[in-house]
Design a protein around this ligand. Structure first.
Ligand code: SF4
Length: 225
């Protein structure tokens, strides 16, 4: 008698309480075995294009050098993106025109496309729905308070926790976001906050200055280049 084990997919699989690498699982399926393994493969999610915020300091310098630019362009581009919240090459007037187009096309690809923006609480709360490069959808929210603005950003598309009361959980986890996809939400939201669009909060100039940095726990997005 053969017993069917279903719903195993690429990556690590679990059968009979043991974790199998996918290749081992396929090997077991190929030999005479009392179990019949049904292995279903699922493509790994395609990650977004490389972005400045994915790279550490050395990586950013190496990336601009690969484009034929001097290494100090990494700092100039980092200051625009992380510090001044600028991603439009036309606004990077300290860079040669030809360099701007090349650097922004290669290192500041569009990661987030806004699909819908909602405001409530008289403009103190603003939510944005983003489409990612693979059509996955995520949200981020700005919440204005008298002494601060709080930003809530997404680090995953979907959720794997499957809480029974939650529609997001029932749809499962699509994928983790890249570092740059997370940081880009922060940079975008910082720009919205600095524009004064969040009502009931402090003066924008008190919240964000060009010298401010976007940083991550792994230091990937420090502005100095
Ligand atoms: S409530 Fe929803 S989004 Fe939150 S952990 Fe549970 S399934 Fe995930």
């Amino acid at each position: 008698m053969r017993v069917a084990l279903n719903a195993l997919y690429v990556g690590d699989g679990v059968a009979g309480g043991r974790v199998y690498r996918d290749g081992l699982l396929r090997g077991l399926a190929a030999v005479d075995h009392p179990f019949q393994f049904h292995v279903f493969t699922r493509r790994r999610p395609a990650m977004p294009p490389r972005h400045l915020a994915d790279l550490d300091l050395a990586g950013r310098r190496a990336a601009v050098a690969e484009l034929g630019e001097p290494a100090f362009r990494a700092q100039q581009l980092s200051t625009h993106y992380f510090g001044r919240l600028v991603r439009d090459p036309a606004a990077m007037t300290d860079l040669p025109a030809a360099s701007r187009e090349k650097l922004t096309a290669d290192l500041l690809p569009t990661l987030l496309t806004p699909q819908r923006e909602l405001a409530c609480d008289d403009g103190a709360t603003r939510k944005t729905l983003w489409k990612l490069h693979d059509n996955a959808m995520v949200e981020s929210v700005l919440m204005g308070y008298p002494d601060r603005i709080t930003a809530c950003v997404s680090s995953q598309a979907g959720c794997g926790m499957a809480c029974p009361f939650c529609a997001t959980g029932q749809a499962g986890l699509t994928r983790n976001l890249s570092i740059a996809e997370i940081v880009d939400q922060v940079v975008y939201l910082a720009g919205v906050a600095a524009s004064g669009a969040v009502t009931g909060s402090p003066e924008p100039a008190r919240l964000w200055k060009p010298s401010h940095a976007v940083s991550t726990s792994r230091g990937r997005a420090a502005p100095a280049g």
